[in-house]
Design a protein around this ligand. Structure first.
Ligand SMILES: NC(=O)c1ccc[n+]([C@@H]2O[C@H](COP(=O)([O-])OP(=O)(O)OC[C@H]3O[C@@H](n4cnc5c(N)ncnc54)[C@H](OP(=O)(O)O)[C@@H]3O)[C@@H](O)[C@H]2O)c1
Length: 274
């Protein structure tokens, strides 16, 4: 039997989309909790820049591996590299995903395919490629959903459909992989504070939509969350094997009420979005 790699005693977390936005903050949070963190993204330049920023805090063990997680061969290659170099994977955070703007009534099939590819297929391929390593470690998968995967909302184009599909995939994998010891969880945050919030989707927001449509969450009246709060919830979710986390937490009650009483749910959604 081959010797395990010398570093196999260090807990390892992989964050897809770790070179920007929420993924980079999640990477910092896991690194500060003592994990070796593997950042995955398509652009090597972006990965290098993120690593450089993350390395400014001493003691962090950050590794970058470039690849497109929408491509099965790239996911398999990254899984082999992790097995060869580190001998283990304890946590997979699937953070790659993209929002949208527009009316579902005008959504094209091509755009919906793109959003499903970016938000769901990337996650599916990573879960499949890394499952053997996670089975060995009895590890955790945390998929980053959205409030848009828990309820509908106006003006979010195909994002609601894509994140609802991700929520369904997450629960199904959790049930299927329970006996393998792999924990599969969903974290569904509301809008996250960032410098470019409110401007990112302007080019997807046409004049027929209210100006609020390009705002975070498509104009949802929920206060923006600090990315660090979401990242801490992701870490706790992996470590405490939580299954389904909604942020901010008080919205869970409204979502449960809305599911039990759909007319009330629609009323609440219209009230909470402008
Ligand atoms: N921002 C919010 O307010 C908010 C709210 C709720 C939920 N979320 C969810 O949080 C997640 C992160 O969102 P974000 O806005 O922080 O992301 P972001 O800033 O747009 O960053 C996306 C990251 O994913 C990487 N990426 C994209 N496609 C990839 C692919 N096919 N393979 C590998 N890497 C890929 C990008 O790097 P490359 O381009 O170099 O590949 C980048 O590192 C998403 O799932 C989003 O739906 C966000």
């Amino acid at each position: 039997m081959p010797e395990p790699p010398p570093t196999a005693d260090v807990s390892t977390a992989l964050v897809t989309g770790g070179s920007a936005g929420l993924g980079q903050v999640i990477a910092a949070t896991f690194a500060d909790a003592g994990y070796r963190v593997v950042l995955v993204g398509r652009s090597s330049e972006r990965l290098d820049a993120a690593k450089q920023q993350l390395d400014t805090q001493p003691g962090r063990d950050i590794v970058t591996l470039a690849g497109d997680v929408g491509v099965r061969e790239d996911c398999d290659r990254i899984a082999s590299t992790i097995e060869d170099q580190f001998g283990r994977l304890d946590v997979l955070v699937n953070c790659v995903g993209t929002s949208d703007r527009g009316l579902a009534g005008e959504l094209t099939a091509d755009r919906l395919h793109e959003l499903i590819d970016q938000n769901v297929v990337t996650t599916l391929l990573c879960c499949q490629a890394f499952a053997p390593l996670l089975e060995s470690s009895r590890g955790s998968i945390v998929n980053i959903g959205s409030l848009a995967g828990k309820v509908g909302a106006r003006y979010l184009g195909g994002y609601n459909a894509a994140k609802h599909a991700l929520a369904g995939l997450t629960q199904q994998l959790r049930l299927e992989w329970r006996d393998k010891g792999i924990h599969v969880a969903l974290v569904s945050p509301g809008p996250i504070r960032r410098d470019d919030a409110g401007t990112r989707y302007r080019d997807r927001t046409d004049a027929t939509l209210p100006a609020s449509a390009s705002a975070p969450g498509g104009g949802t009246k929920v206060k923006g969350l600090p990315a660090a709060t979401v990242a801490r919830a992701v870490l706790a979710c992996a470590q405490k094997r939580r299954t389904d986390v909604i942020l901010p937490g008080y919205l869970r009650l409204l979502i449960v009420l809305g599911n039990a009483f759909p007319r009330l749910g629609d009323w609440l959604l219209l009230k909470f979005t402008s």
